[in-house]
Design a protein around this ligand. Structure first.
Ligand code: KG4
Ligand code: ZN
Length: 347
């Protein structure tokens, strides 16, 4: 089975073709970062319009490069949510129309399911059940993954996402958008511990996160110091606070569930300090960490094509209506109907 996957939930247009037997046949991601940079964040209407401009040419490009004629595509998958509603509608409309024109089934995919399954695109794959830490600009959650559609959210952020905290703190420190990589670079030149920022929620039981207080603490530290704190030291302490919080919650989740594999997905997973600390703790505790390659950590069409292939192969089809949901609880997904009846594993 060969599936065309389309991702347009936010500010990246992602297209991919995934073949059940041959694996990933081709993929391309177009990032709108430069379009939104002058506004310091994603402008939803501009995002939708840019998806309209880019999506069809990108589909042509990936189909051509992967040698996929329309007749060789067995199904189309698109991100149906959660995300920016206008952006989702663009991907949904194009995907649904192509599937209709080609007489093929179509399926709407949960964006976070795509992220959760991204490590399965690699040759070194986690064993089931695994725990996934999803850390992006919009989400911070710990999820137990038992099988396709069998997800339990163990904890999530009560306010800002980790990437959002990076972006907001970067803005405070006059760094360009998107702030995460710029802040990490600044932090690499500073020393943590020269001021003391809180490690939110570490002392509390459970696996939830909270990052909104951290940016306020950074602002107070930036304004209050006499002499003023060096920006790189402030950045280093901020990064240390986020990394320690994420690592400590992952360690707690791994101990509580006795899982052997931890997956880190989402843009913040690219953070070098997070990777170093997580790898060290994994070594100490005897579990393994899996990172999708950087281009599959961030938003992409490959993860949607792969999740779509699994669901279409199991007989799941979405109706002719386009699905687009700004919010969508991951736990309500469930496995594809045929498979849950058979009780078979899918991954
Ligand atoms: O997954 P992603 O590309 O997009 C979504 O939010 O869905 O994640 C983007 C987020 C941004 O907040 C960005 O600042 C952050 O990931 N990020 C980083 C790093 N690279 C990207 N945060 C910390 N360190 C990095 N190296
Ligand atoms: Zn994402």
């Amino acid at each position: 089975m060969r599936v065309l996957g389309i991702e347009t939930s936010c500010d990246e247009t992602g297209v991919a073709v995934y073949d059940e037997k041959q694996g990933l046949m081709g993929h391309v991601v177009y990032s709108q970062v430069r379009l939104h940079a002058e506004f310091g964040g994603v402008v939803p209407e501009l995002a939708s319009r840019d998806h309209v401009r880019k999506l069809v040419p990108l589909i042509r490009e990936v189909m051509g490069r992967s040698g996929s004629e329309p007749g060789s595509i067995d199904g189309v998958a698109y991100t149906a949510g959660p995300g920016l509603i206008g952006a989702l509608l663009v991907g949904g409309a194009v995907a649904r129309s192509l599937a209709f024109a080609w007489g093929r089934p179509c399926v709407g995919i949960h964006h976070m399911e795509g992220h959760l399954l991204a490590p399965m695109l690699e040759s070194r794959r986690p064993s089931m059940p695994f725990i996934a830490l999803l850390v992006s600009g919009g989400h911070t959650m710990l999820v137990r993954v038992e099988d396709l559609g069998r997800y339990t959210v163990l904890g999530e952020t009560l306010d800002d996402a980790a990437g959002e905290a990076f972006d907001k703190t970067a803005k405070l420190l006059d760094l360009p958008y998107p702030g995460g990589p710029a802040l990490a670079e600044l932090a690499s030149r500073g020393t943590p511990g020269r001021c003391s920022l809180p490690r939110p929620m570490i002392g509390k039981p459970g696996l939830d996160f909270s990052f909104s207080g951290l940016k306020t603490a950074v602002r107070l530290a930036a304004e209050g110091g006499d002499p003023p704190m060096a920006r790189e030291d402030l950045a280093a302490e901020f990064q240390a606070a986020v990394v320690e919080t994420l690592v400590s919650k992952c360690r707690r989740a791994m101990r509580a569930t006795r899982a052997r594999s931890l997956v880190i997905a989402g843009g913040v997973g690219a953070n070098v300090s997070l990777r170093e600390h997580m790898n060290r703790v994994a070594g100490e505790d005897g579990w393994e960490v899996f990172y999708p390659r950087p281009e599959f950590c961030t938003d992409n069409g490959a993860m949607i094509a792969y999740a779509g292939m699994l669901r279409l192969r199991a007989g799941e089809h979405s109706p002719l209506a386009i699905q687009a949901r700004a919010r969508w609880n991951l736990e309500t997904l469930g496995p594809p109907p045929g498979l849950s009846a058979l009780g078979r594993r899918t991954l």
